[in-house]
Design a protein around this ligand. Sequence first.
Ligand SMILES: C[S@@+](CC[C@H](N)C(=O)[O-])C[C@H]1O[C@@H](n2cnc3c(N)ncnc32)[C@H](O)[C@@H]1O
Length: 437
Amino acid sequence: MTSSRISRKDRDFSAYRVFTCELRKLVSAPLIDGTWTKRVEACLDGTAGAELRRLVNLPVRRAFGVFFTGSKLAERLLDKLKFNPAIDFIYDPAVGAGDLLLAAAKRLPMQRTLTGTLETWGGCLAGTDLQAEFIEATKLRVALLARQRHGKKEELPKDWRKHFPYFRTGNGLNQPALYSRATHLIMNPPFSVSGPLEGCNWAGGRVSDAALFVVRALEQTKSGTRLLAVLPDVLRSGSFQHHWRQRVSDLAEVNSVKRYGIFDESADIDVFLLSARRRQGESARVRRWPKSAKRTTGTVGDFFDVHVGRVVPHRDPEKGPEHPYIHPRCVPTWTVLREFSETRRHEGSVYDPPFIVIRRTSRPSHPYRATATVISGTRPVAVENHLIVCEPKKRTLNSCRELMRQLKTKTANDFLNARIRCRHLTVGVVREIPWAS
Ligand SMILES: C[S@@+](CC[C@H](N)C(=O)[O-])C[C@H]1O[C@@H](n2cnc3c(N)ncnc32)[C@H](O)[C@@H]1O
């Protein structure tokens, strides 16, 4: 569902005020006791996300890309960083309830007084979000963290908000003043999909908002700024995202790309962690996006021509010559298929056996990521587009059997699990599977 299909009433995140009210009470509580401490610990960690899930329904959260980062992932992203408030300025352009900024604040020094700490932290932390409720939650949570760390000594000053001039409601895609000031950009941008984008040559059609956030941030920030981002894994591994990876490598030196796994139990999406540094200028031909696999004895693409099956069942007219027809539901796996239960008329490309087909969809947890079938016989076969076709360059049945054997090995599975976490195998990734000759 896209954000445009959500009703005006549902666009409203005001239900989240139930949580900000709770935060407000904790911030201004006169007494710090055991109960206060426990409640604050919860509010500074999982409760912000749990309350979001309780108060805002899933289609709305999906449409607006609103998923808050847990402390474990935030800590992984910031890792061993320490910040110096005299020189560092840390900006999260899609700040949500401030989970990444809280991890950053924990890496900032405290001052002698609570007011001094608020002033120091507020002078070097910045966050924007489209939702005013989230900005309010961010301010309250950063203030709560400061108060928690100072302990019983001091209450929060009445005018504490004045110390947070850089937490604002606004569009994080367009904040030149904050970007040009930042020394560090930290983000878990929305994973929703928009587009097509005008004048954007690195994105063909619809594009992930996360991809857009990274490029816009790098375009607006100054050279030397460090970017740390939690991003959907498809940007790391998808063939269509190749132009995005090129654009990022033009703008920044990509220091590390680390696969993380599932975001959390509530958002079943695989993510990776990107660390990059804005280059001086663009297109420097030094260090590009890191290669994901070392080639040793060649890859499947050296021995097979790899394509997606050409039949799109609900689009292609059933016209032309009649052919044996295969799709994932009529092809048994790990066998040699010589007889076909279905036929179909098809005018487009068909394939002469022998060849191998691989199912395009596989769960990362499956024992085999690429389940295959060898297709034999004498007649050309029409193949549905949910199957990937590998035609042996030697045109022999034996090379197809050999590929089927290799796809069952731990080497192939480990490669695919490391290379691609989303369910869809791509032609590019199948070509890259290591080939043991
Ligand atoms: C995936 S959440 C992450 C929030 C937070 N950074 C975290 O890690 O918990 C993305 C956030 O981006 C916000 N958002 C979406 N589009 C935005 C835009 N154009 N400008 C600023 N914030 C935006 C959403 O409201 C949401 O809070």
